[in-house]
Design a protein around this ligand. Structure first.
Ligand SMILES: Cc1ncc(C[n+]2csc(CCOP(=O)(O)OP(=O)(O)O)c2C)c(N)n1
Length: 280
């Protein structure tokens, strides 16, 4: 396996542990969609986007908009690794006065924009991408959306606008894990075919296995070469990926694992040296 693919795969799995640990401590939050998107987010933050460790406000950074804002456990696990926040701060997740709220808040270093009310992120990413272009800046904007989220009408207004303004500095990812809060997207309100819909709106469309690090990196790298239109990567993923009893279970959309479930997950991952003192 290519060295960076192995490194990023291992890193994503390390972040899966942090995600569950935060949720065990807070006893509230969203594990399913955090675990489905963490491979994509790892590739994005640690290899693709221009991001500087320890310097969340670096003026030349690329922008990442987490439009599916409920997956802050994934975002904050990344931020701790990037040294935007201290790792021990993860244990304050969702506590009163913490910078690490259930949805991204600008109080937290690294958060570009507050999200959580689904459907708005792509519009905000459009504005950032357009602004960067008007300023003659080469930076990119990445937006991460959920497949349930794209039922929101505003997403399609934004999709139309991004193509109209030829925002080739905008790359969206749809985390296509097929589940939303109430069950299967297909039965709540189908969004299929996601790829053809975006194509019809004038986007470059790439479809990948969102847990295959090689495919994720290749898709992002290809997207960086596209001119005159925005790109969307439709990442087929598994909600709850990596924990057998959480995979494909709507229940774990917004149910935090209990300590015994966390221990079961650690067992599945053959982790025997986890430091439980972080919970004290
Ligand atoms: C406008 C709006 N309506 C409803 C919600 C409540 N809500 C939070 S997550 C979610 C489901 C989102 O599904 P999806 O985008 O597929 O997320 P994922 O499966 O990736 O977690 C809903 C309805 C919200 N946050 N915003």
């Amino acid at each position: 396996m290519e060295e960076r693919v192995q490194r990023l795969t291992e890193l994503a799995n390390e972040l899966r542990v942090d995600i569950l640990a935060m949720l065990v401590k807070s006893q509230s939050g969203h594990p399913g969609g955090s675990l489905s998107v963490i491979d994509v987010m790892t590739a994005l933050y640690f290899e693709i986007a221009k991001i500087k460790k320890g310097d969340p406000n670096w003026v030349d950074r690329d922008r990442v908009v987490l439009s599916k804002g409920h997956v802050t456990p994934a975002l904050f696990s990344v931020f701790a690794k990037l040294e935007f926040i201290e790792k021990k701060e993860l244990m304050t997740f969702r506590q009163l006065n913490s910078r690490l709220q259930g949805h991204p808040d600008k109080k937290c270093p690294g958060v570009e924009v507050a999200t959580g009310s689904l459907g708005h992120g792509l519009s905000m990413a459009n504005g950032m991408a357009l602004g960067l272009k008007m300023d003659g800046k080469p930076n990119r904007v990445f937006a991460i959306l959920g497949d349930g989220e794209i039922q929101e009408g505003q997403v399609w207004e934004a999709a139309m606008a991004a193509a109209h303004y030829k925002l080739d500095n905008l790359i969206a990812v749809v985390d296509h894990n097929r589940l939303q809060i109430d069950g299967w997207v297909e039965s709540v309100m189908t969004v299929s075919p996601v790829d053809e819909k975006f194509r019809a709106f004038g986007w470059e469309v790439l479809t990948i296995d969102g847990h295959d690090m090689n495919q994720i990196l290749e898709a992002f790298e290809y997207a960086l070469t596209i001119k005159n239109r925005p790109t969307v990567i439709v990442a087929h993923t598994v909600k709850g990926k990596g924990v057998s009893f959480m995979e494909n279970q709507a229940k774990y959309h917004g149910t935090a694992p209990k300590m015994d479930e966390f221990k079961k997950a650690l067992e599945e991952w053959n982790i025997t040296d986890f430091d439980f003192s972080i919970f004290e």
